[in-house]
Ligand binder design. Sequence first.
Ligand SMILES: Nc1nc2c(ncn2[C@@H]2O[C@H](COP(=O)(O)OP(=O)(O)OP(=O)(O)O)[C@@H](O)[C@H]2O)c(=O)[nH]1
Ligand SMILES: [Mg+2]
Length: 438
Amino acid sequence: MQQGRNGRAAESRYGEGIRNPRARQRAFCIAVSPGEPDLAELRELLRTAGVAVAGEMTQRRAQPDPDRYFGKGKLGELKQAVKEADANLVACDDELSPRQERNLEQELGVPVIDRTAVILDIFADHAKSAEGNLQVELAQLEYNLARMRGLWTHLERLGGGIGTRGPGESQIETDRRLARDRIAALRRRLERTKATRNVMRAERERAHLPTVALAGYTNAGKSTLLNAVTGADAEVRDRLFHTLDPLTRSFEISGRQYLLTDTVGFIRKLPHQLVEAFAATLEEALYADLILHVADASAPEDELADMLSAVDDVLAEIGAAERPRLLVLNKIDLLDEDRRRELSFRHPRAVQVSAVTGEGVDELRDAIEARFLATLQPMDLLVPYEEGGSLSELHDLAGEMEREDTASGVRVRARVPAGVAPRFERFSVNGRNGDAGE
Ligand SMILES: Nc1nc2c(ncn2[C@@H]2O[C@H](COP(=O)(O)OP(=O)(O)OP(=O)(O)O)[C@@H](O)[C@H]2O)c(=O)[nH]1
Ligand SMILES: [Mg+2]
């Protein structure tokens, strides 16, 4: 067993990820939790990764065992159950330390993968753009590098003894150095794509199109909603992490153009390597004028609450906690009147929609517009005739505006996006302007 593992490690720690759980595998799922352990999401992740589920076993305890994840007695039971279910893989709902993973594999005699490895595998499979591929490769390398450290200690302890084929100590040293070099190179390349994105963002900001970003738990219906609002044809699938690359489309409300960006979905216990690797992409959400937090309202109450807070956590982690946000409860076509009422009671400020039937989408547009209009700053200006350029810029940026030609220039009363208001401050009448709208 150990041999096979080391052998595999030697050739595949870099290229395609540690393991490929997609090769017709039958996984036995395990979880430890102080409350009632729930394996539904891990099963869904495995389904998305193309792995069959052969059985499951959970243990209620305050903390996973630091050495073996399960307690000793339970581990014996698990070994028996894995045999009986004819599983050839064990999948754990938590990220395992290298030590836990190694001990479990030794004890159970089958490969053991953790939640993080499954999620990384799905991301690797779904990445399409050059940037997405770089991000996933970076996350995988970071994950593998941590595992190698564990393997290294292990081999050291074995003293490179007989029967431990696979990478020796110096090989691992070399591998680690290569991995670090590659990580540095990937970071540099991602930095460059980020620079391009900044240029694009600066252009958007000049034109000042209000931007709205979709964020939310994976499979909440973000891409479907993007399509419903903008008439785009973003791919929609009933699987986790279908969208990895941000996609931006424009749409109009009352003659004003807005931009809507779809982003990668979040999940509980999202591997931190992925959050880090995708941080640049997620910054799209960070810079938006408004974040639409899309949630699957057809989920049971406690699951919905869990998903909402998982998304809040990631948004906080990437520094977007303070951005203006609007909760969108999606999939209400699956709910009866009672449940809808209950939800509007619990989330009075949320908008209820069905991206599939289109119900509530107009209300959502109204809500987006209202949020945006509230940020407009009323200005009272006198623009000299020779400042024709400023005047036409004002035309583009302001919603409604009143104008009147006077002897000394054009008197304009307009509502201007707060971000660009300073550009017109010098024309302001009496040196002051009204307060921002309510
Ligand atoms: N019944 C119903 N199903 C919906 C609704 N919106 C989306 N779905 C379904 O939910 C599944 C996921 O939709 P997506 O739009 O791909 O979800 P997503 O949030 O973009 O998912 P990821 O990109 O994987 O994070 C698909 O099967 C959709 O058809 C809705 O309003 N009602
Ligand atoms: Mg999507």
